[in-house]
Write a protein that binds this ligand. Structure first.
Ligand SMILES: [Zn+2]
Length: 195
């Protein structure tokens, strides 16, 4: 996990949004390899093991493939210019090096990417039953299947993305009270949070 991502994390427990405090045990340059994150609000701690932050919760197995391949994914989220973070949830994170080439200077966060994606420089891997990120902090969120069709995950994505920026998903078209749709086609949708 990239150490600077710590500033954007929140406790996954359903209490008032709280930051997490990092207690690193082993660092490799700017990557936390082993350590713990503690929540000052509820006192829970979460482990970082081989660079992967595990916040617990139910995590579905990712399907074998995704419609959100690197090029369409990058076109849908439409980031221009470096800075900030793009969140890839589920299978779309498997091809993150290609996404990185298409979005230079943007940090990548993989949430529940499956066992094939290791935490290495260029990608921060998180395992969690929700998006453990601060509200209005991310430049884009991509929800692979089944997340893109689940209202709870769509609401989470809408919560964490910065105002006016985009959420793209694979699955059933979301409630337009949550996402203001820009386009839908072939099982994929994109829009901005309605606030
Ligand atoms: Zn907490």
């Amino acid at each position: 996990m990239f150490i600077e991502l710590t500033d954007h994390l929140r406790c996954p427990v359903d209490h008032e949004e709280s930051y997490l405090v990092l207690l690193p045990e082993r660092m490799q340059e700017r990557s936390v390899r082993e350590g713990r994150l503690g929540c000052p609000a509820c006192g829970r701690t979460y482990e970082v093991t081989t660079g992967i932050l595990d916040l617990g919760g139910e995590v579905p197995d990712p399907p074998p493939s995704t419609l959100l391949e690197p090029e369409p994914l990058a076109a849908l989220v439409g980031l221009s210019g470096p800075g900030g973070y793009l969140v890839l949830v589920g299978r779309p994170a498997a091809r993150w090096p290609e996404v990185a080439d298409l979005t230079p200077g943007v940090g990548l966060v993989a949430v529940n990417p499956g066992p094939d994606v290791a935490d290495v420089p260029g990608i921060s891997v998180v395992r969690s039953g929700m998006l453990p990120l601060k509200s209005r902090s991310m430049r884009g969120v991509v929800l692979g299947s089944p997340y893109g069709g689940e209202p709870r995950w769509v609401a989470e994505a809408a919560r964490v993305v910065l105002p006016g920026l985009r959420v793209a998903g694979e699955g059933r078209v979301p409630d337009t009270g949550v996402i203001e749709l820009m386009a839908t086609a072939g099982g994929v949708w994109v829009g901005t949070p309605r606030r």
